[in-house]
Design a protein around this ligand. Sequence first.
Ligand code: EPU
Length: 460
Amino acid sequence: MIESYQNRYRSLFDFVALDDFTPYKSLKGIVRVEKLLIEGGRALKGTVKISGAKNSAVALIPATILADSPVTIECLPDISDVELLKGLLEDIGGKVTINDCEMTVDPSNMVSTPLPSGRVKKLRASYYLMGAMLGKFKQATIGLPGGCYLGPRPIDQHIKGFEALGAVVTNEQGAIHLRAEKLVGARIYLDVVSVGATINIMLAAVLAEGRTVIENAAKEPEIIDVATLLTNMGAIIKGAGTDVIRIDGVPYLHGCRHTIIPDRIEAGTYIIAAAAAGEGVIIDNVIPQHLESLTAKLREMGVEIETSDDQVFVPKSYGLKPVDIKTLVYPGFATDLQQPFTSLLSRANGTAVVTDTIYSARFKHIDELRRMNASIKVESSSAIISGPVQLHGAKVKASDLRAGAALVVAGLMAEGVTEITGLEHIDRGYTCLVEKLSGLGARIWREKMTVEEIEELESM
Ligand code: EPU
């Protein structure tokens, strides 16, 4: 890793109250906050290597709580969510070491320490501590999770699952309290297909007595990844990756070594960036099957993508055609790629409609893209994009992680310099973004913000 996690993210951990809605609230007078600058119009060329999947890592790390001996996770992404989770495991007595891209967690001295506030509120995936700590200790107190604001993000299906297993769940003063005499397997039908609820119920059920069946389960590759880790720890899980998952509880789980799958959303972001501003880019260390909904759409647009075992090649594209997108649960088009894809559609020759059926309000990036000259209207849960337009560099703000990715893609295509603030969101999910894009020939760099710039942002 280029810099240690601690050094890279020290400014954020020390000073920024990562309150999702007003991330700069507590920054008055603080100098060490950065912005991202991109001088657009440079062709991307070469090879970029994809890191381990964020949305796997953030579930795998809490899953280590369930073991009774050390677990090592390889191909760890270098992102701030990982650092936050490391701190949370340490808060409950875990011994955690990170060497290069490998994390080892020794859970032997962990106890069910209440975690009502602090770090848990800074990321969405802290909800996995509920399932893992309930499974291991039969009790937990965890603050309500934070993460990107994409409209309402309830966790009722997680709670329904915990209750079905025998837990008493109460919500007091912004924290969820979970208690169970014992956990007993149950049949749980999810009313909404949910990645988080599927994984959380698996975490709570692996040490329960008897069989748990999760029906209408989510099928994302990250769910298979978590099931693989748990199976390597000694759990009995069948059907992960289908909509019915069967778990036979075991009395204890042991340590193991596990390699995280490649990040399909990071890969998708670079594929989109390559289609937007590339002249021949190889995206390396990917599982192309995980990206089929994206590559199919890009082919419809006229991008002649080629795939091999673990690479995707995106050649220079000409005369892009507009395509409509509707986000769906896996294997449908990922909501997490909707935002960067919208930026690309500005280059297409005609009108395209992007509809988000998972998060109907995931359109905060649109106002910022308009500042860059994009022609986009939002109607209900759809964005209507008219192209082609030449985007212009502007001062824009990332309101959430993938909105940040959308602005980066737009910045690469734009004429002039784009200045992106709200980097704490981008740092939650993209390993070495500046280094990877610079490696492809982009002109992109980070700069410290001045107090005046921070105050201007606060007043926006
Ligand atoms: N939902 C409920 N009740 C629940 C849970 C979910 O109504 O109890 C709804 C949500 O409001 C949403 C839909 O079900 O409309 C799907 O939500 P899901 O639970 O699948 O989302 P999540 O687990 O909270 C994960 C990823 C997101 C990604 C979504 C959808 C993690 C940590 N986050 O969130 O990733 O958008 O699945 O694929 O895995 C990102 O990486 O930028 C990101 C936001």
